[in-house]
Ligand binder design. Structure first.
Ligand SMILES: [Zn+2]
Length: 99
């Protein structure tokens, strides 16, 4: 039996696929700027329901695709930072052991 997390991930993928394909907007009518998309990514999870730009993004396949790409690139940046931080900690431990 799938865990709650697995069920949530599956539901999220179904919903994402729906938004990515069912709201074509080839002429990009009403699309927010890249700056606004970035702000929406930064504010993710905080009072987004009241934001008209967010409402647009979840009803516009191209914008939603860009939104997901921005989220993914930020998550990768966070992972890289974490790896770098772990490497720095390792170096500090090595230096302390040698000095
Ligand atoms: Zn759009």
């Amino acid at each position: 039996m799938a865990s709650d997390r697995e069920q949530y991930d599956r539901l999220q993928k179904v919903l994402q696929a729906h938004v990515l394909s069912d709201y074509p907007n080839p002429t990009r009518i009403g699309c927010p700027s890249k700056e606004i998309l970035n702000r929406l990514v930064e504010d993710r999870g905080r009072a987004l329901d009241a934001d008209d730009s967010y409402r647009h993004v979840i009803h516009c396949s191209p914008c939603y695709g860009e939104f997901l790409e921005l989220i993914e690139s930020r998550e990768h940046a966070t992972e890289r930072l974490t790896t770098l931080q772990r490497f720095r900690q390792f170096l500090r431990r090595c230096l302390r052991a040698v000095l």
